[in-house]
Write a protein that binds this ligand. Structure first.
Ligand SMILES: *Cc1c(COP(=O)(O)O)cnc(C)c1O
Length: 385
């Protein structure tokens, strides 16, 4: 019944964990779910208010423009200049997105032919691989390891793979490892992509979730990046807007145009009222983002203390709302996730679910109030293994 591309989808690895969790909840167990990467805090009120006003205006009720409202693209370009130091032409170098996930899935359709290789970082956001497969491309994982500070080793890729490589997806601050990259790495990516004629796509979904004074750079600020690359921004994590579906792609105008060609044939743009709310988010004070970050930081520090009590040492991440922790000796990522769930009712995501290179790790999402995280920590302290 299903197409080959659906039949070829990788198995859903979290089924066992999901089932066990649902069973515990049904039995009345107080489960603390640190599995989902979805902010628990509501969208900030000034953004909701902008939406409320916009939705009452009948002008927002018709088909939006494919590329996004001119005002939205200008607000996105202004935001990028102010916070990332990059100059963009709103009309040609910015495109509105129905969240960045659709862009990750659509970009290979614009640039990849059957047999072309799509490089992506592993462990990683699952859509890099699946988007490549849907386009008939050949996904090629680049493992992220602690020894390499969770940056891919671009020199390790075999020559025959490089010859066929067309696209490279990467993501810093990184989900799930919480690793960050500096300009030196981004410059290396530019050099690498230029040399091998590869399109660079940087997923910057977590660039505003940062701590301890860290600021996440734009890939496009690297010398020459605008020649070969694009970057994806999302309102989802920055402004607690996952449900709204809003983001934007920026970068080289021919690449933006290619993505636009796919989108204009598949979707019909973002609801104007949502774009107007998105402008409010981008153009007003970013104090609300700092507030959320303060809350995530408190949660981060609380959870790290609990991990330490279990003998797991983790350096506090500089960005993202994830903790990527090595599992204790004798466990796989799956068996440790099961232990946490069954013994103390804590849900965390086994690293292997993000790719083979995620084996040996478990991901905690800091998306529950600090009281719940402290409760999780107390439970962790009782664990025997
Ligand atoms: C959450 C997430 C996204 C997608 O977010 P959207 O809601 O589609 O904008 C993209 N990349 C990574 C790595 C993410 O974790």
């Amino acid at each position: 019944m299903y197409s080959d591309r659906i039949n070829a989808l990788p198995p859903y690895l979290f089924e066992a964990i999901d089932e066990a969790r649902d069973e515990l909840i049904a039995r009345g167990v107080d489960v603390i779910d640190l599995g989902v990467g979805d902010p628990d805090m509501p969208t900030h009120p000034h953004i909701v208010e902008a939406m409320r006003e916009a939705v009452c205006d009948p002008k927002t009720h018709q088909y939006p423009s494919y590329a996004g409202m001119a005002d939205f693209r200008k607000a996105a370009a202004d935001w990028c200049k102010k916070y990332k130091g990059i100059e963009l032409e709103p009309a040609t170098e910015v495109l509105s997105l129905i969240g960045s996930k659709e862009a990750v899935a659509h970009i290979p359709l614009a640039f990849v032919n059957p047999g072309d290789v799509v490089l992506y970082t592993d462990p990683g956001y699952p859509v890099y691989k699946i988007g490549a497969l849907f386009a008939g491309g050949e996904p090629y994982p680049l493992p992220l390891t602690a020894e390499n500070d969770f940056l891919p080793d671009l020199d390790s890729i075999p020559e025959d793979v490089l010859k066929r490589a067309k696209l490279f997806f990467f993501n810093y601050p990184n989900n799930p490892t919480a690793a960050t990259a500096d300009m030196q790495f981004f410059e290396k990516v530019v050099e690498f992509c230029k040399k091998h004629n590869i399109i660079a796509v940087h997923d910057n979904a977590y660039c505003q979730i940062t701590y301890d004074g860290y600021e996440a750079p734009s890939f496009l600020a690297a010398d020459g990046a605008m020649d070969i690359g694009m970057e994806l921004y999302s309102h989802s994590k920055t402004y607690n807007m996952t449900g709204w579906r809003l983001g934007f792609a920026v970068g080289n105008k021919d690449l933006i145009k290619g993505l636009g060609k796919v989108k204009s044939n598949v979707d019909s743009g973002v609801f104007d009222a949502i774009q107007i709310a998105g402008i409010a988010a981008l153009s007003s004070s970013q104090a609300c983002v700092e507030e959320s970050n303060k809350i995530y930081k408190e949660r981060r520090d609380a959870l790290i203390e609990g991990l330490r009590a279990m003998g797991i040492e983790v350096k506090p991440p500089k960005a993202t709302f994830y903790i990527w922790a090595p599992v204790p000796k004798g466990f796989t990522s799956m068996s440790f996730a099961k232990l946490l769930l069954e013994e103390v009712g804590i849900v965390a995501t086994p690293g292997v679910g993000f790719g083979d290179a995620g084996e040996g790790y478990i991901r905690f999402a800091l998306t529950k109030p600090v009281e719940r995280i402290k409760e999780a920590v107390e439970r962790m302290k009782t664990l025997q293994f």
